[in-house]
Write a new protein. Structure first.
Lengths: 205, 417, 272
């Protein structure tokens, strides 16, 4: 009895193997193990007969590339919408009173220096209750520009949160991130990078 | 007894039915035929001939140069030097043209010498302005005929050009010809991405103040602002189905990845994390998203299911890995890693194995795959200003394609036009 | 001894059980032998067939390499085949040299049973000369084979001259009764020559299995791709090789169609 069972199992195992083999093959071959080659299948044998040299007849497919080109519709220079990080309405003198703050590389943490500067900015905002500002987060050029968009946003947010803890209502504080798109110093050295990792505080009203 | 017969039959049936297909006579084993593998197909670009009318040497030269450039870049062939006898090539690409003021006709053929037959032939008609497009279209066709996968050479590349204090979106042929300005608003326009059809782009622009997401039809110039949520609407990526867009929004106070539809309606928020989450990119089947997050301290790449679940870390080496892009075949993810002195482009298997550095010269960023997955286009500073380059997926054949002197970045390669 | 009480009706008794068991075993053995269902992962890779270059029936091939050895860049002349310095002809042939000497003709079954060690030695000898007694035995054997091959060659040439077909260099010389092996080796070498000039691929380890039927006219009557790793460039390269090779095919001996399967792959790939 055991032998039968073992035989059965063996059969199953081999059956399994066989089916695997069969699955691998894309087209099963006529399994003529010993017979001489049968009549060749007509459907096979692509171009085995000496194919006639390609005739110089016109090409079989004719494709006319579509002539359409992208609409030249280039935007006419829009109104210079983007604030040039300064607002002409706000007197330069007032703007000057708002201090920038700076950050370490890949960091949005406020240093003690930054906190001091933010305290002064908060004092200014308390004395000028009509003023609304936009906090602009910026980064240096070294990081990834995509990542820096988020990092700039986080830097702006860090300053906003701190100003709020100092009592400035959040509706007077807008934020925007320019990532690394608006360097204060176009240089490519540590000095420029230090200046560029910053928050600017722009009076918008 | 019946039972036993049944069992016997059961045992034998699979053997009979599934008789192994590789059966052969005992005295006929398969013979093995091998040859050294380091051989490339020899392709001869024959000098274009005149179909009718007058000779136009500049047309002939432009066509021959274009085919040589495209097919050399493909890496599939060894181009036979000009003047090679056709007998010494596997494939002969022959062209005949007739050019006049009124129109241009180009007949292109790819002849296989060993098989002694044409693999493909096409006849194009157009105007002289279409010359390069015709050439690229046949280059695409040559790759299709030889490899089974169409070439990407008729695709366009959208990219960002620095312009004064702003940045504008441009469009060019894949080889840097015909640069065309798409935006002209003096503001910052960044992160262009093509719809799968290649006929639309989405991009982020500050032109209305806030970094909002715009969708623009390239042929009509029609444009819509599809996401103007407070804060960032940036690093947007079209899903392969062309209906969804993954992007970074900061409307909820922190940069998170969301999915919106083409019209801008929010479909889902995928990340919930105090860290930065940016630069989502879809897998070709649309089921997963790779993105960049600094949730573990430094920017690294993570993969999640398209519903935001199942997040796992992809990159484990390097301190600063960004801007991932999934290959069209789905196996590889290209990204940029910051190292001393700038960025280099790497590619890694989507399961986190096989991390490979592809660039070394200068600083190289913004890798994007060609729609067929053969190439990666990227921006590099190796020659001074930032310019666009193309390389094969394995990092070979790095070639500059930027038309400008510098300030080109953020390329994106469209499907064939 | 009553394992299946429930089915006592159908239990065939110990004798029947034994018969069943025996039948099953025989059937199984038959299946295994017939279909070569040995539990090997890659039987094709293991069964690679090698022929000593010196034992090839092709006297002076019209072009290219005559034999399916591991290296294709070998010069065509059989004398230049494996490199060990020619030993003194009269050195005593050890027992190891016996099998090849007693080999009747280059038929496949014989060739297939050739120990794989011989193949390894051959490969090895391409780079460094074998050392020790083994090497000596090998060299002796080679010398003997070469002598035999030389004799056979001369006999062939003479026979051809007598028949007036001396111009057909490289033609197979088998008669109808011994069709197959010589002709197979001949076709094989033609394919190999052609494949060197057509190989191209776009994947790392492509493989294509084809079955050729060569009609009595020496043309390919059937070209069937039985299996492919899916590399179109490689499939096309095989197609090219077959078509190029076909131009130099002779008619199969005996006027009967000749059928043979071939596995194409890049050198060094898929072999262990």
């Amino acid at each position: 009895m055991r032998k039968v069972l073992v035989g059965f199992l063996c059969c199953l195992v081999f059956a399994g193997c066989a089916s695997q083999e069969a699955a691998k093959k894309s087209e099963p071959v006529a399994s003529s193990a010993t017979t001489a080659p049968a009549a060749p299948e007509a459907k096979q044998a692509p171009a085995i007969v000496e194919s006639a040299p390609a005739t110089p007849a016109p090409a079989p497919t004719a494709v006319a590339p579509k002539a359409e080109a992208p609409a030249q519709a280039v935007e006419t220079p829009a109104q210079p919408v983007v604030s040039d990080s300064g607002n002409k309405a706000a007197p330069a003198a007032l703007q000057e009173e708002l201090q920038k703050i700076y950050f370490a590389f890949d960091s949005a943490e406020l240093t003690q220096e930054s906190r001091d500067a933010l305290s002064k900015n908060a004092d200014y905002l308390k004395n000028n209750t009509a003023v609304k500002i936009r906090i602009e987060g910026n980064c240096d050029e070294r990081g990834s520009d995509e990542y820096n968009l988020a990092l700039g946003e986080r830097r702006a947010k860090a300053a906003k949160d701190y100003l709020e803890t100092l009592g400035i209502p959040s509706d007077r504080l807008a934020t925007i991130s320019y990532g690394e798109e608006r360097p204060a110093d176009p240089g490519h050295n540590e000095e420029a990078w230090t200046k560029n990792r910053r928050d600017e505080f722009v009076i918008i009203k | 007894m019946k039972t036993w017969i049944l069992i016997l039959l059961l045992c034998l049936a699979p053997q009979v039915v599934l008789a192994p297909p590789k059966t052969f006579a005992d005295d006929q084993p398969y013979l093995e035929v091998t040859a050294p593998a380091n051989r490339k197909l020899q392709l001869l670009v024959a000098p274009p001939t005149i179909l009718s009318g007058a000779a136009a040497p500049e047309v002939a030269k432009e066509l021959a140069d274009l085919f040589s450039f495209d097919l050399n870049l493909a890496g599939t062939f060894a181009l036979a030097p000009a003047g090679t006898r056709p007998d010494n090539a596997d494939l002969v690409l022959s062209t005949a043209y007739s050019a006049s003021v009124s129109g241009l006709t180009v007949e292109c053929r790819l002849f296989d010498r060993a098989l002694n037959r044409e693999l493909t032939a096409k006849r194009f008609t157009g105007t002289l302005k279409d010359l390069r497009r015709i050439g690229h279209a046949f280059s695409d066709e040559v790759l299709r005929a030889v490899t089974g996968l169409r070439g990407p050479f008729t695709g366009k590349i959208a990219y960002v050009v620095k312009s004064g204090r702003g940045k504008e979106i441009y469009l060019m042929d894949y080889d840097g010809r015909n640069p065309q300005r798409i935006t002209n608003n003096g503001s910052i326009n960044i992160n262009p991405d093509f719809a799968p059809s290649g006929r639309e782009i989405i991009y982020t622009s500050y032109k209305k103040g806030n970094p909002d997401l715009f969708r623009r039809e390239l042929f009509t110039g029609l444009e819509a602002r599809i996401s103007a949520r407070s804060g960032l609407n940036a690093t947007a990526a079209y899903a392969p189905d062309g209906n969804r867009i993954a992007l970074t929004l900061t409307k909820d106070g922190n940069s998170e990845i969301y999915v919106i539809n083409k019209e801008g309606r929010e479909l889902a928020r995928l990340t919930h994390n105090a860290a930065i989450d940016v630069s989502p990119a879809w897998s070709p089947d649309g089921r997963r998203i790779v993105f960049n997050s600094d949730r573990l301290g430094k920017p690294q790449l993570f993969v999640m299911d398209a519903d935001g679940t199942n997040v796992r870390r992809l990159t484990t080496s390097g301190n600063y890995n960004v801007t991932p892009r999934w290959a069209p075949k789905g196996d590889r993810i290209a990204y940029a890693r910051q190292e001393s002195g700038g960025f280099q482009i790497y590619a890694i298997n989507s399961d986190g194995t096989g991390d490979t550095q592809l660039t070394t010269a200068g600083s190289n960023e913004h890798p994007r795959w060609s729609p067929d997955g053969r190439f990666i286009v990227f921006s590099s500073t190796r020659d001074g200003g930032s310019a666009l380059y193309i390389m094969r997926a394995d990092g070979t054949g790095q070639t500059r394609v930027s038309p400008g002197k510098g300030g080109d970045s953020h390329p994106c390669w469209s499907a064939p036009w | 001894m009553k394992p299946l009480r429930m089915r006592k009706n159908s239990y065939p008794g110990p004798g029947g059980m034994l018969a069943c068991s025996f039948l099953l075993h025989v059937a199984l053995l038959a299946i295994v032998v017939t279909f070569r269902l040995y539990p090997e992962a890659h039987p094709l890779a293991e069964e690679t067939y090698y022929v000593d270059m010196v034992s090839l029936p092709v006297a002076s091939p019209a072009k290219g390499t005559p034999a399916p050895t591991a290296t294709t860049q070998q010069p065509a002349a059989p004398q230049a085949a494996p490199e060990p310095p020619r030993p003194a002809p009269q050195s005593p042939a050890p027992a190891k040299a016996a099998p090849p000497a007693s080999r009747p003709s280059m038929t496949y079954p014989t060739a297939k049973t050739k120990p794989t060690t011989s193949k390894q030695k051959q490969v090895q000898s391409d780079e460094t000369a074998p050392t020790g007694a083994e090497a000596k035995a090998f060299q002796d054997r080679m010398a003997k084979l070469e002598r035999q091959a030389e004799d056979r060659r001369q006999a062939d040439v003479l026979a051809r001259l007598r028949k007036g077909t001396g111009g057909k260099k490289g033609a197979p010389t088998g008669s109808g009764t011994q069709a197959g092996s010589d002709y197979a080796a001949y076709i094989h070498s033609r394919l190999k020559d052609a494949f060197v000039d057509t190989i191209a691929s776009q994947t790392k380890s492509p493989q294509v299995t084809v079955r050729l039927v060569i009609g009595p006219d020496g043309r390919i009557a059937q070209y069937k791709v039985e299996n492919s790793s899916g590399d179109k460039m490689f499939e096309d390269a095989v197609d090219r090789a077959v078509h190029v090779a076909e131009r130099s095919f002779r008619k199969p001996p005996g006027g009967t169609p000749f059928e043979q399967g071939f596995v194409f792959r890049p050198q060094g790939v898929g072999l262990k």
